[in-house]
Design a binder for this molecule. Structure first.
Ligand SMILES: [Mn+2]
Length: 423
């Protein structure tokens, strides 16, 4: 097999050359604006460059709905090709250096080999994700009626074993966390004993927890509904919190933005879980109706900012608080690489905007019960255009000033189509 196409470093340099003059002027103007607010752009730039978010291995393939899937040209066919695409994302945006692996969709033949290959591309591995929500060929028991909370002990044991295998693969990859989301639930009133199902889930999770290395975290991901449409075993943050508390120190809650009812105050869920010492991480995506898995920041960037406002406030109180960030989206009509690059940058933007909030001033307005000025404090931060700061961070780190422009100029997708589709 010939060497897979990579975007030449010189192409990025040439693209940047066309844009760097304007960028430097815009960056200087933003720097002056921020200086008037007592913020040093150089300090902020360091914070921007320190921000990272994980890319899910399944995210670089075209997604689909339950109606259809429309695969694009040059889709990655295996985990190595997926890593190539993740490497391209990281090459251009410089804030996505880790890949979150899904087992068994992307189960490696040799995890050590995969880890070495990834390291050669400057990539590492984030949390591993187990899958007990569908059946795979050769699987002994079906998950049709549940997995970790199934009524049949043999099914539960199979699901536990799968999670233990994920931990083993993760160890070889250098991962430090296992994320568990289960689809267990029911479609009809009376179908499931809510309490017994929760007890069975916890009993299974205790076995998974016991196999976890000391320096690992176990992320519990809740979801309101879907694929179960009447009830779900781990349906909300309260249930997730209780389970994480029962399991122990290494068990933490993971908040996927799409896993809530449309009007849920997610920033408050984030604040609550942090206050209770159980916020482990977030899965970013955007939605309008349900778990739409649209690109982060595409529908409600204000909500994304308000979530980061809570995360930043938490970090101001506890500098050791380091939640795990991952994009968890489905790209049905766009080039996944473009969607993931833009989404990573939008999450990064929300974090920077939250850093602009004058916490001391906001606290004064809160203490004085001045609703209008408190809101103005937040809005002033949110309405700042920090694009030059994000672009400068990418430029300084060797990425692209305009990642989508550079990506299109490289004709990466067309080249991958001829490379991958010619089987
Ligand atoms: Mn998720």
């Amino acid at each position: 097999m010939s060497t897979p196409y990579r975007i030449p470093a010189q192409l990025v340099v040439d693209q940047n050359q066309k844009l760097v003059g304007d960028l430097e002027r815009d960056f200087a103007a933003l720097g002056e604006q921020l200086a008037r607010r007592g913020i040093a752009a150089a300090d902020l730039l360091d914070r921007v460059r320190a921000f990272t978010i994980a890319i899910p291995s399944w995210g670089v393939g075209t997604g689909g709905t339950r109606f259809a899937r429309f695969p694009g040209p040059g889709e990655p066919r295996d985990i190595y090709e997926k890593l190539d695409d993740c490497g391209t994302i990281q090459q251009l945006v410089r804030c996505a250096p880790r890949v979150s692996l899904h087992i068994p969709w992307d189960r490696p033949d040799d995890a050590g080999l995969l880890a070495a290959h990834a390291a050669g591309m400057g990539l590492g591995f984030d949390a591993v994700n187990s899958n007990t929500f569908q059946d795979f060929p050769g699987q002994r028991h079906s998950y049709k009626h549940g997995s970790l909370s199934h009524t049949d002990a043999a099914v539960r044991q199979q699901a536990v074993q799968h999670n233990l295998e994920c931990v083993e693969i993760g160890k070889a990859l250098g991962s430090k966390a296992l994320t568990v989301w289960i689809a267990d639930g029911s479609n009809y009133p009376g179908q499931q004993d809510f309490s017994a199902a929760l007890d069975r889930y916890l009993d299974s999770m205790r076995q998974v927890y016991a196999a976890l290395p000391e320096d690992w975290s176990l992320y519990l991901e809740h979801k309101l509904y879907e694929p179960a449409f009447y009830s779900t075993v781990i349906n909300d943050w309260g249930t997730s919190f209780w389970c994480a508390s029962q399991l122990g120190r290494k068990a933490l809650c993971l908040v996927d933005l799409g896993h809530h009812a449309p009007s849920t105050n997610i920033e408050m869920v984030v604040a609550r879980l942090w206050r209770l010492g159980k916020l482990g991480g977030l899965h970013f995506n955007d939605s309008k109706y349900g778990d739409d898995d649209l690109d982060s920041g595409s529908i409600n960037p204000y909500q994304l900012f308000l979530i980061f406002n809570e995360l930043t406030a938490a970090q101001a109180r506890d500098a050791t608080f380091r939640p795990a960030y991952m994009l968890d989206q489905s790209h049905n009509v766009t080039d996944p690489i473009e969607s993931l690059m833009i989404s990573a940058m939008e999450v990064q933007r929300a974090q920077v905007l939250a850093l602009l909030v004058d916490r001391e001033e906001l606290r004064r307005h809160q203490e004085a019960n001045d609703a209008v000025l408190a809101l103005c404090s937040l809005k002033r931060a949110f309405l700042t255009d920090v694009s030059p700061l994000l672009a400068m961070a990418r430029y300084r780190d060797g990425g692209a000033i305009d990642p989508v422009l550079a990506y299109r100029a490289s004709e990466y997708r067309r080249r991958k189509a001829s490379e991958r589709d010619a089987r």
